[in-house]
Design a protein. Structure first.
Length: 124
């Protein structure tokens, strides 16, 4: 499975091509893990070129969401086709991950979720 990726404003955009099946789920997981090892904590899953997701692919996505969140990160998904959206709805994955209309909206959402600084005043 080819994986296209780019980094914009410290946000990793990942575009798996065609299928996230049993045969390629491990490759997808290894790719994201290596990016996390390099310090990436904000990820956009752009599934606009993804035709299908297997149960193994879905498990890898869930695992990556949990690992990113444990390390203070966040994930947003975009570009879902109707077939993949149904799988995500049935699985309940949208309780863990937000969907936006496009990559730019996802990046804007992730960047707006910056951690508050310690210089901010506390309400009295």
């Amino acid at each position: 499975m080819p994986i296209q990726s780019e980094v914009r404003e410290q946000v990793l955009i990942v575009r798996p091509i065609d299928s996230l099946s049993r045969a390629c789920a491990a490759e997808f997981e290894e790719f994201i893990q290596s990016e996390m090892d390099e310090g990436i904590r904000k990820v956009v899953f752009d599934f606009s070129q993804l035709a299908q997701v297997s149960s193994e692919g879905l498990l890898v996505i869930l695992k990556l969401i949990n690992e990113l969140r444990k390390s203070g990160g966040e994930v947003i998904v975009t570009g879902l086709n109707s077939k993949v959206r149904v799988i995500f709805n049935v699985s309940g994955i949208f309780t863990l991950m937000e969907e936006t209309e496009d990559v730019d909206a996802a990046i804007a959402k992730l960047l707006s979720q910056q951690q508050p600084t310690t210089d901010e005043e506390m309400p009295e």
